[in-house]
Design a protein around this ligand. Structure first.
Ligand code: 5GP
Length: 114
């Protein structure tokens, strides 16, 4: 895993991102290398390194990340055609950035992965 946390820099406004939603708990922005016509990342505003660091004390953040993704999907109108939510964890899961984030992908048929 690339240990550089670019997402913290986005949160601190040290590097630019196309932020489409932000509240006290999460921030959502467009992926710099979109893998689909819609590719949005929803990240925690506090540093949670991976899914392994979700526990009973902070599970509300994960819930909020998912709720936000679903609200965005509805707002941009891909809820009826459908979308995919992906949360990569660590090396074998393909996690590149060590900061909890959910991928919202859609806008076309994404194929079968399972
Ligand atoms: P992961 O592989 O960690 O689940 O996903 C990380 C995602 O962050 C990748 O899809 C990658 O394209 C995206 N990404 C990496 N660096 C940047 C950046 O500087 N800005 C934005 N908007 N996305 C980034």
């Amino acid at each position: 895993m690339n240990q550089k946390n670019i997402f913290l820099k986005i949160l601190k406004k040290e590097i630019k991102a196309d932020i489409i939603y932000q509240d006290k708990i999460v921030t959502a922005f467009k992926d710099i290398k979109p893998k689909a016509p819609v590719h949005i990342l929803i990240i925690s505003n506090t540093l949670i390194t991976s899914a392994n660091d979700i526990n009973e004390k902070n599970e509300n953040i994960l819930t909020h990340i998912f709720t936000t993704a679903i609200k965005i999907a509805k707002k941009i109108g891909i809820d009826q055609t459908g979308y995919r939510l992906i949360l990569n964890c660590n090396k074998n899961g393909g996690q590149e950035i060590p900061h909890l984030h959910l991928h919202l992908l859609g806008g076309e048929y994404l194929g079968d992965i399972l």
